[in-house]
Design a protein around this ligand. Structure first.
Ligand SMILES: Cc1ncc(COP(=O)(O)O)c(C=O)c1O
Length: 400
């Protein structure tokens, strides 16, 4: 398939309508692929390659970084645009972002800490609870930033393999934490997990918290919370209200489409937030604070993004299963398909066809992680997939 150049930009509504078209609601409306500058340091999203022109970047179907392809809705754009007049001020006016987040969760403002993305929160939590060479316990593969941060500060990690059906084995996490409790500074639970998209149920979260030492900090990363449909999942914020040593990390990068603007936060007992604050950079920009407030209020836009994303995920994973490929049943805006070959060369094959897909996640090196993009992007992914893979027969396909 040809790499198509697409530099025109349409409104958020256009992107949503296109997605609905793919899902069968508004046929004939074209997709808006949002352009972002790429290639300036770091492996994402160009798979470790050098600089890429903006035109080349815009032409890719960007299914590598679990981004929201629709961009911020008008309500958020308007709030950020109006906030430009405060660009010359340091911390204030801030739109009341901390108060709004606290009210959103029914907690106090001293239960909230802002970060420049939840990535900053993960680092702050890592430094706070692992300094002095402590260990973080968690599974692999998962979102690896806490483990990388641990090695960066000469702390360590105990990474447990995933269990049956790629699930996080809570009993093993409990046993490992208890066995090494003198050295363990933190337990990390990504819920739902990246890259599998699988949840830890609310019963399992309780089992974990009840099974480890009462004062053991647990970092629960809820970056993909807003996409979950499974009623067995619940946010762990209520544990903060109970005073348990739980830190919830949330982000505006996914459902709210503000990845490039950098806003995330922690919800935790005030005593833990006080320990974390000295490690924060205070580097959240003025615009995104106002954008974040508007995003919290624009629940209709978030609902639309969720609905379209889930529909497109189900449609695409259904097509893959029809072709004979098993898919891990995701609750997020990405999924993993078992391609029965090493993913590394396949990622390059997709790239040549104008589709960026996720990096390898060892030890699951035969599973390809695919973010859910627009209807047009998912169509292009399926076209490329059929060109790269022959149809196979299987009896083990799971429901996506
Ligand atoms: C599970 C998880 N946590 C945290 C992050 C960091 O996101 P951000 O720093 O943009 O909030 C990501 C990003 O992909 C993620 O997948």
């Amino acid at each position: 398939m040809q790499v198509r150049s697409r530099v025109s930009r349409r409104k958020f509504v256009g992107g949503l309508a296109a997605a609905l078209g793919y899902a069968g609601f508004a046929p004939g409306v074209d997709a808006w692929a949002q352009g972002r500058a790429a290639g300036q340091g770091g492996p994402r999203p160009m798979g470790g390659r050098g600089r890429t022109s903006l035109e080349e970047y815009d032409a890719f179907a960007k299914l590598a970084s679990n981004e929201n392809p629709y961009g911020p809705p008008d309500s958020v754009m308007k709030a950020m645009t109006q906030a430009f007049k405060y660009a010359n001020r340091y911390g204030y006016p801030d739109g009341g972002i901390v108060e709004e987040i606290a009210a959103h969760h029914g907690v106090e403002t001293d239960n909230i800490m802002l970060g420049a993305g939840s990535g900053e929160i993960l680092s702050v939590v890592g430094t706070t609870f692992l300094k002095g060479g402590k260990k973080v316990v968690g599974v692999e593969p998962s979102y690896g930033s806490v483990y990388a941060h641990a090695s960066g500060i000469e702390a360590d990690s105990i990474r447990l393999p995933l269990g049956k059906d790629y699930r996080q084995e809570i009993q093993t996490i409990i046993e490992t934490t208890n066995q090494h409790k003198a050295e363990v500074g933190l337990v990390y639970l990504c819920n739902p997990n990246n890259p599998t998209g699988l949840i830890v149920t609310k019963q399992e979260v309780r089992q974990l918290l009840d099974g480890i030492p009462k004062d053991m900090p647990v970092l629960i990363d809820e970056a993909y919370h807003h996409f979950v449909e499974d009623p067995n999942y619940a946010t762990s914020v209520p544990y903060v209200l109970q005073g348990r040593p739980v830190i919830i990390a949330r982000t505006f990068s996914k459902i709210a489409a503000l990845a490039g603007m950098r806003l995330g936060y922690a919800v935790a007992p005030a005593s833990l937030i006080r320990k974390m604050r000295p490690w924060g950079t205070g580097s959240v920009n003025a615009l995104v604070k106002w954008g974040g407030v508007a995003a919290l209020k624009d629940t209709a836009s978030q609902e639309r993004v969720k609905r379209i994303t889930v529909e497109l995920r189900k449609k695409t994973t259904g097509e893959l299963q029809t072709l004979g490929y098993s898919v891990i049943p995701s609750e997020t805006n990405f999924f993993m398909v078992h391609i029965r070959r090493e993913v590394r060369p396949v990622i390059e094959e997709f790239r040549k066809k104008g589709v960026l897909v996720g990096r390898p996640f060892p030890p699951m090196t035969e599973h390809l992680r695919v973010s859910v993009g627009t209807a047009d992007e998912m169509g292009r992914f399926m076209t490329a997939f059929k060109e790269i893979f022959p149809a196979v027969k299987t009896t083990t396909a799971s429901v996506g």
